[in-house]
Design a protein around this ligand. Structure first.
Ligand code: ZN
Length: 133
């Protein structure tokens, strides 16, 4: 599998409107607007940092994965996303290695990316996202 870079850090927030102040006004990162991914019940906001990005995640529904995460663990870093050259090949390789996956096949993420999550139980507690753009 070819991992190209850390694509982004996903940070769960109660409100992008409240949360973006620190990233855009205090740190001075560019704010590229929000995008809602209904299938995942989440609104995202991306802040580019060099070759990577910070992604703020706000749940659109109390039963969405981000809302459940905040309920259990509070706001904060929710996942790390690695950009891969070929997500299908990466998932096939992980499956062959017996790694537990949340997504057996890629789904659509923000910004037209193909994404898939690995199970935190297989990674030492970190929710890992693979993405291909
Ligand atoms: Zn992400």
């Amino acid at each position: 599998m070819e991992i190209l870079k850390i694509d982004h850090l996903g940070i769960a927030v109660n409100s992008i409107d409240d949360g973006k102040n620190f990233w855009s006004d205090v740190l001075g990162l560019g704010f590229e607007g929000t995008e809602t991914v209904e299938a995942q019940k989440v609104t995202t906001a991306f802040f580019p940092v060099g070759e990577s990005e910070v992604e703020l995640l706000e749940s659109t529904s109390p039963d969405g994965p981000v809302a459940k995460y905040i309920e259990k663990r509070g706001q904060g870093i929710q996942h790390v996303a690695f950009r891969v050259a070929d997500i299908e090949a990466a998932l096939a390789e992980l499956k062959e290695k017996g790694v537990r996956l949340i997504d057996e096949s890629p789904r659509h993420g923000a910004g037209g990316a193909k994404i898939a999550f690995l199970h935190p139980k297989a990674t030492g507690g970190v929710l890992v996202e693979l993405c291909e753009r």
